[in-house]
Write a protein that binds this ligand. Structure first.
Ligand code: F6P
Length: 330
């Protein structure tokens, strides 16, 4: 990555940063980097609270180096976040752009998922320079191999699954453990591999053949396995009723555990702090240069930026090879 420090162009004097959509550990590290890097680049920085909703409600605060002290290791987002339906409408975006102009905001850095990128893209059409930074625990943004929060979420989930596995083994039970990921199975895939799960149910791959899972449990029991761990992604869901059906069909006690929002919280891992910091600083740099309608990505070992339009059009798929490995070494 080329060094991108230097004086701000005349046209960009003040930028703002917001977090949008589901929160993710590491968002604070990114906010901190945006603020401090932009100030180092000679810009003024504002914070928009509660995502696009906060923009429409004009919840805009001044930020300086001190406003982000002691935040790099904190989970959640100090700016707050929200999902804003009004910003899906042209009228809402137009009002958002007018509010930016009223507050002297020339550019906005949006930390969030691809839904949040659409808001950034829309703002750019109304003359506000925008840069997106990938912030979601789901890893479901096509243009990047890293999203802020994924590393922390999978480590949190992995530790929780290890604990369930202990009790599952003691009682010789079968466990259905549901992890987050409404449309994407990356958390399930990584946690499944990391905990040696016996079955992985991913929205991208699952064929809804429950009999196959039941046969697998019965076969494993005959081979002497004392527990059976099924990692189920939220996108498939229904873990409690699935556990009931499995117990009825196999005669083996089966419990469901839904990990839920604990996966979104907690102190970010070292990787999330470092990558989020790099991406936040990178976003500040390219906004300083006057770029707009860009997203920061991590691909092939490098931090780069892409056009939002192209980034949103990319397709992301679960690696068949990794999925195959997970299944063959259960
Ligand atoms: O942040 C991503 C995610 O955690 C998904 O995995 C999940 O489906 C969704 O957010 C739930 O978000 P909420 O309930 O906060 O709207």
């Amino acid at each position: 990555m080329a060094a991108k420090t230097g004086k701000a162009k005349k046209s960009i004097e003040t930028i703002a940063v917001l977090t949008s959509g589901g929160d993710a550990p590491g968002m604070n590290a990114a906010i901190r980097a945006v603020v401090r890097r932009a100030i180092a680049n000679g810009l003024k920085v504002k914070g928009i609270k509660k995502g696009y909703q906060g923009l429409l409600d004009e919840e805009i605060i001044e930020m300086d180096n001190h406003s982000v002290s002691d935040t790099i290791g904190r989970g959640g987002t100090i700016l707050g976040t929200a999902r804003c339906l009004e910003f899906h409408e042209e009228e809402g975006v137009k009002r958002g752009a007018e509010i930016c102009k009223k507050h002297g905001i020339d550019g906005v850095i949006v930390i969030g998922g691809d839904g949040s990128y659409r808001g950034a893209q829309a703002l750019a059409r109304h003359g506000i320079n925008t840069v997106g930074v990938p912030g979601t625990i789901d890893l479901d943004i096509s243009c990047t191999e890293y999203t802020i929060g994924f590393d922390t979420a999978i480590n949190t989930a992995m530790e929780a699954i290890d604990k369930v596995r202990d009790t599952s083994t003691s009682h010789e039970r079968c466990s259905v453990i549901e992890v987050m990921g409404r449309h994407a199975g990356y958390i399930a895939l990584w946690c499944g591999i990391a905990t040696g799960a016996d079955d992985l149910l991913l929205p991208e791959k699952y064929d809804y053949d429950e009999q196959r899972i039941i046969n697998n449990i019965i076969d494993n029991r005959k081979l002497g396995k004392t527990h059976h761990l099924i990692i189920n992604a939220e996108g498939i869901g229904h873990s409690t009723s699935m556990a009931r059906r499995i117990e009825a069909a196999t005669g083996i006690e089966t419990r469901a555990t839904i990990l839920g929002y604990l996966q979104r919280g907690g102190n970010p891992t070292c990787k999330d702090r470092v990558y989020a910091t790099t991406m936040g600083a990178y976003a500040a740099d390219i906004l300083t240069e006057g770029k707009s309608n860009r997203v920061v990505c991590y691909r092939n070992g490098e931090f780069i930026d892409d056009d939002i339009e192209e980034a949103l059009a990319m397709q992301k798929t679960i690696s068949d090879y990794q999925y195959e490995i997970a299944k063959t070494i259960q």
